[in-house]
Design a protein around this ligand. Sequence first.
Ligand code: ZN
Length: 198
Amino acid sequence: MDKPRGSLDNLIEEFAGLPGIGRKSAQRLAYFVIHMPEEQVKHFADTLIATRKNVRYCKECLTLTDQELCPICASTKRNHRQIMVVENSRDLEAYEKTGKYEGVYHVLHGAISPMTGISAADIKIKELLVRLQRDVDEVIIATNSSVEGETTAMYLSKLIKPSGIKVTRIASGVPVGGDIENIDEVTLLRALEGRMEL
Ligand code: ZN
């Protein structure tokens, strides 16, 4: 039978369940927490709960936001006829950091991966098609240059092109297999500016 665990062990278990946190790191974090002022721990815990409760998908682009519409979709300064399709909200943030993209986004929350059984129905493609029924001039496909990202780009291009909407793919300045979220702003901007029509 398992011996009853104390609070500290429970905390270590919680940290160890997080992605990228090994046993050693979990211990280090738990010890750090027990030495934090109680007020600060409370603030940390409250932030966790509030974030989980308030953050949701933007009803337009499906990025993570506190509001019904994210600030980008709500902005009248953005070009709502140009939609950049990205795999996740971190990629959106990466493109936002360039400060040069004036269109809006669509977050797929994944990519098609026959290897791991993720199909087109498992990511937010249906929602994109609904948006494309309105006036849209261009869809920029900015999925990663991994096998999954390329498969998704091909799939989307075949799906969208018959509607007459211009479909472009960011240039290969993004290294093969490179995650967009880890690429510097200059490279991202070059990839965007050098995009090619599919
Ligand atoms: Zn949005």
